[in-house]
Structure formats: C-alpha cells, structure tokens
Ligand binder design. Structure first.
Ligand code: NAD
Length: 324
C-alpha cells in the first residue's frame, strides 16, 4: 500500500538513499532540505519521480509538518534525518546546533503526534554514548549523567530521549555509516569516504594516531533497511516498538585494517602516513545490535569488503563522469 513519507535531510547522504528506497517501494515521498551540507545532485536519481515532492526549507520553519500535511496530504511517517552533522562545527556553533538538532526535532515530533502520524523515526548517533568504554555499547548505557564530548552528541541525546518516550517515536542510534554519495569534500566527512578519495587518486591516506582505534562501520543500505524496519515498510510487516535502538554491525575494525583493505581494493601503491592523534577522538566504538535484532527481522547484510567495493566503484564512476 502506498504510504506518505516525509524525509528531512533528503539531499544528504543517508536521506537520499532512504528516499530512493521508499520510492522504489512505491511510496510517496516529500523531501525537505536547506542544502546546509547536502547537495542537489544527491537527489538526481529521483528528483523527477512522480511520487516525489521537494520542499526547500529549514526544519526550523515553524509549523513545517502541518504545512506539508496541508500541501501534500496523507503524511503517515516522518523520517527526521536533517541535522548539523559536523562535530567540530557543533563545538564552534553550540546555540545553532541545539536549535537545529534539538529544538527543531521537538517541534516536528510535537506536530507529528498532533497530526496522528504512525511513526516518527529519528537519526540518533553513537556520539550519544560519549566516552563510554563498556563495549559493546548497549542502549541503556546512555543516562542523564553521560558526559557528551560535543554539542552534537548532547543534542542527539536530548532528541533521542524525547523521541523514544513518544508513543510514535523510534530513535536509531547509528554508528559509522559509509557508502556511495558520502561527501569526501568536507573536512569532517567520514573516514571511509576520505580514504577512498585519496586511494583512487593514488595518494597516501592519513591516519591520525596509531591506527589501532576501532569503529563499527555500517553500510548505508543496511541503515536504510533499519529505517524501513522502524516504520514497518518494505520487508518489515510491522513497525518497531517505540524506543531507542542501535544501528551498527556489532563488528569492530581498526582504522589501520580499514586503510589496508581500501589500499588492497583500489590497488593504491602509496602507503599510509601517520599524524598525531586528534584531541577528543574516542578510542573504540562498537554497537550491541541485540535489541534491533531481537525485535525485528532486520540484520546487517553487507560485509565491509563488499560495501567498500560498491563505494569505490561509485567513486570511480563519478570521477569518470566528471572527467568526461
Ligand atoms: N553518516 C554517519 O556516519 C552518521 C552516523 C550517525 C548518525 N548520523 C545522522 O544521520 C543523519 C544523516 O546524516 P548524513 O551522513 O546523511 O549527513 P548529511 O550531511 O549528508 O545529511 C544531512 C542533511 O541535513 C540537511 N540539513 C542540515 N541542516 C538542515 C536544516 N536546518 N534544515 C533542513 N535540512 C538541513 C543537510 O543539508 C543535509 O542534506 C544526520 O542526522 C546524522 O547526524 C549519521
């Protein structure tokens, strides 16, 4: 059955993949973005789709959801991904980060509840755990005492708490997402997109610290499936119970191992370079995904090597197109 879905952050990396998947499942999508960090070209594959409407605006626009409901009708699910995503930017712009990443979430969720939407799915983050060293990280480890390392982590935590307490709210605490369309141009972008960008150019990859720090990297397609599971769409017949769920793979990999794998897959002859550790970088991060696995049929399906291969192929094809 065709459902009306709102995707905020639709011009971003994850939001554009989610919109593409929803349209492929024959749902209607209203997308919102203000291009703060997203790009119009991310929407190229679906911008002209008859079931897609784009509304260029900030999620801070008062009464946004009600207005979109009136203009487009029949909204049933809100996927709220729009956010200031750069941790360093959030440190320098605390007030703005709290406004966009927390106040706007609260306002949108309030509207979604009042309009009777069936689900409000929020993009939480592993940054909500601060520096917790108990691995794997369980959802319940985040408490009011958790010390967040940035306004980004703090705002995500506040929003997750509010969303998870709502009768229609599901917060997905996503770990390190990677895949095609992740922007390597930003100085704050994910390590995988930067490594691949350097590797396909035959340049050496820069590793901060000793490279033995570990992360839980999840392919964007698996994150999209988790969003579908949360809302009970596609292969998932019923939505997730309201609450907070980690979205990761439950497998940690070191940055050094990651660099070696990318070097191997790209045939990059340059070896990596080490730079001093960056202050504030956490040592290890690993999700427990028991909650999401136990309460849904969702499973991470794309192994790291396969996901990296797809991402590299996409980067190469984009470069060829740009060069032709
Ligand atoms: N990429 C990851 O590894 C990761 C990990 C955990 C959580 N997340 C969360 O997932 C979501 C999507 O992240 P992404 O990696 O796709 O980042 P992205 O920067 O590609 O996407 C974010 C989108 O939000 C838009 N946006 C920012 N401020 C806005 C505003 N005020 N109004 C409307 N749109 C606005 C941006 O223009 C962009 O298109 C974010 O909420 C992020 O915090 C991402």
């Amino acid at each position: 059955m065709k459902r009306g879905c709102l995707v905020t952050g639709v011009a971003g990396f994850v939001g554009s993949h989610l919109a593409e998947a929803l349209l492929a499942l024959d749902h209607r999508v209203v997308g919102v973005d203000n291009f703060f960090s997203g790009h119009r070209e991310n929407m190229a594959s679906f911008a002209d789709h008859p079931d897609f409407r784009f509304h260029e605006s900030s999620v801070e626009e008062p009464g946004l959801l009600s207005r979109l409901g009136r203009e487009y009708g029949g909204l049933e699910v809100c996927f709220h991904l729009a956010a200031i995503v750069s941790v360093p930017y959030s440190v320098d712009h605390e007030e703005e980060t709290l406004r966009v990443n927390w106040d706007a979430t609260e306002a949108l969720l309030g509207e979604a509840e009042a309009m009777g939407l069936s689900r409000f799915v929020f993009a939480g983050s592993a940054a909500e755990y601060g520096e917790d060293e108990r691995l794997p990280l369980l959802e319940g480890y985040v408490t009011p005492e958790t010390r967040h390392l940035s306004p980004y982590g703090r705002a995500k935590h506040l929003s997750t708490q509010r969303v998870a307490a709502s009768p229609i709210g599901v917060a997905l605490r996503c770990f390190n997402i990677y895949g095609p369309r992740q922007d390597p141009r930003s100085p704050y972008s994910g390590v995988i997109s930067r490594f691949i960008d350097f590797a396909v150019a035959g340049q050496s990859m820069v590793i901060f610290g000793d490279g033995l720090q570990t992360r839980d990297f999840i392919y964007v397609g698996d994150v999209v499936s988790a969003y579908l599971a949360a809302a009970g769409l596609g292969a998932f017949p019923s939505p997730l119970e309201p609450g907070v769920y980690n979205a990761g793979t439950g497998v940690g990999i070191s940055i050094l191992e990651l660099a070696d794998t990318i070097r191997d897959l790209t045939g990059n002859p340059s070896s990596h370079r080490f730079m001093p550790e960056r202050p504030g970088d956490i040592r290890h991060s690993l999700a427990s995904i028991a909650a999401l696995r136990d309460r849904s049929a969702w499973r991470p399906g794309v192994a790291l090597r396969e996901g990296l291969g797809r991402t590299i192929a996409h980067t190469l094809s984009t470069r060829r197109t740009a060069g032709s």
